[in-house]
Design a protein around this ligand. Structure first.
Ligand SMILES: Cc1ncc(COP(=O)(O)O)c(C=O)c1O
Length: 460
């Protein structure tokens, strides 16, 4: 990929990028909060003071209207199913990630499921999974009749802890599923050492981690496959879309067949000749107009990532200086982050006992959008897994003791994950971290104001 945005498109010089993105897109995102900034700047907005941030944030997803023609050309050209543009997108995404091959698919969920479907993973096998995620990561494991086994996270990095992975390995373990949650890289160098030692597949859920790196190597390129989502909220938004990267040409061919009904790789999409399916496949092809949007978005990704990383570098020490706020730590070998979310750990004890829910409400009143992340409903307790345990396939391959759901929940209990559910704060950073330095100062002022007035906010 040509990584120099400025030389590709003069519209996207750095200054113009910020200016254009705010101007073009702010209008749609201006919340009702814009107007009123009354009174005391030192009082919390939740108690009638002025907002720390009263302007709109850069909205998300971003779109340069100069690219409208790229999409309408596809529509008017009437080649809508997978063709030249999808192939071009695959080449550019592989190059951007530093992978040998890429297959574009309909979404991240199916990128993950397809990976499991084509790998030699079978009923009775175990897959060690990251628990800080949601059902989409795991569907392929269950489709294959394999058993998800959970390794707890490191509470400071939010990523699955390699020591916990090692502790969960058995002779039945076939694969590891790291999820680079919030776009922070899992400890892939150690995870790959473990995988090599035990001859395990690694399917990376990089759906939130476009452009994140360890020692300048991108997430998604460490494992057997790396899976990406281009859903709207992601830092590389198409609306819906996904990609699988791999360095294994045979695996790429198998994935291609899987994604096109199980037909041989030389069968063009839409062909009705020789369409005998030779593997059990699916149909999860990316469309041409998705690829057209993706090619436009990809031109902005590197510059946007750079801005988010610069802003995060500015913001992190300032937030870390506030008692009770601990920004989530990337591992020391992380060289770049997607900052899909900007997460930090909230210690209510240092905020005079102000509950996290009240903190979030006060933060939002200050004009800083934030949430608590995934709800306190650990994935290993969710009904979709229980339902599979009641299926005839699972009953055939696992003992009744293994399928006892209460025992399963107990065995997979992840205390660090539970603690994280209660203490995490996620700034929805796709737009926020594209703001200016003074916007970052607003975030800091908002949190400081809440900290100073925690007593009053607690009583309110
Ligand atoms: C961690 C993770 N895995 C998987 C997915 C699924 O991706 P998609 O929404 O494109 O199907 C997402 C996105 O929502 C995600 O955040």
């Amino acid at each position: 990929m040509n990584t120099n945005l400025t030389s590709m498109n003069p519209l996207w010089t750095r200054r113009n990028f910020i200016k254009t993105s705010s101007a073009l897109l702010a209008a749609s995102a201006v919340p009702a909060v814009m107007a009123k900034t009354s009174g005391d700047a030192s009082a919390p907005a939740a108690l009638g003071g002025a907002k720390a941030h009263a302007k709109p944030w850069p909205s998300w997803p971003q779109w340069d209207p100069q690219n409208d023609a790229v999409v309408t050309k596809v529509l008017h050209g009437r080649v809508w199913s997978r063709d030249r543009l999808v192939k071009e997108f695959e080449g550019k995404w592989a190059a951007a990630m530093g992978a040998k091959h890429c297959l574009a698919v309909v979404n991240g969920t199916n990128a993950l499921s397809a990976s499991f479907m084509v790998l030699d993973i079978n009923p009775g096998d175990e897959v060690i999974c990251a628990p800080y995620t949601f059902s989409a990561s795991l569907l392929g494991v269950l489709y294959k009749g394999a058993m998800p086994v959970f390794a707890d996270i490191d509470p400071l990095t939010y990523q699955m802890d390699p020591a916990q992975i090692e502790a969960k390995i058995t002779p039945r373990t076939k694969a590891i599923l790291p999820v680079h949650i919030c776009g922070y890289p899992s400890d892939m160098e150690r995870i790959m050492e473990i995988a090599r030692k035990h001859k395990l597949f690694v399917v990376e859920d990089a759906c939130q981690a476009h452009m994140s790196e360890i020692n300048h190597k991108k997430m998604g390129t460490f494992g057997t496959t790396g899976c990406f989502s281009f859903q709207t909220s992601k830092v590389m938004p198409i609306g819906e879309g996904g990609a699988i990267v791999t360095d294994d040409p045979a695996l790429k061919d198998k994935l291609y067949s899987y994604h096109n009904y199980g037909f041989k790789t030389n069968i063009a999409p839409g062909s009705v000749d020789n369409i005998a399916a030779f593997i059990l496949g699916n149909k999860i092809r990316m469309a041409e107009y998705q690829a057209a949007i993706g090619l436009c978005q990809l031109k902005m990704l590197e510059e946007q990532t750079k801005i988010r990383n610069e802003n995060a570098r500015y913001l992190t020490p300032k937030l870390a200086a506030i008692p009770g706020i601990t920004p989530v730590k990337p591992y020391p070998n992380v060289t770049q982050l997607s900052y899909y979310m900007y997460p930090f750990i909230y210690d209510e004890a240092q905020f005079k006992g102000l509950p996290r829910a009240a903190f979030l409400k006060a933060l939002s009143a200050e004009g800083v959008p934030a949430g608590s992340g995934y709800p306190n409903c650990p994935i290993y307790t969710q009904e979709f897994i229980h339902q599979m345990f009641q299926s005839e396939v699972y009953k055939k391959f696992y003992s009744s003791a293994e399928l006892n759901f209460d025992a399963y929940k107990e065995k997979n209990h992840c205390p660090n994950l539970i603690k994280t559910f209660h203490t995490s704060v996620w700034l929805s950073s796709q737009g926020i971290l594209l703001g200016s330095k003074s916007d970052m100062d607003d975030i800091v002022r908002a949190v400081e104001k809440i900290q100073k007035n925690a007593d009053k906010l607690k009583k309110a």
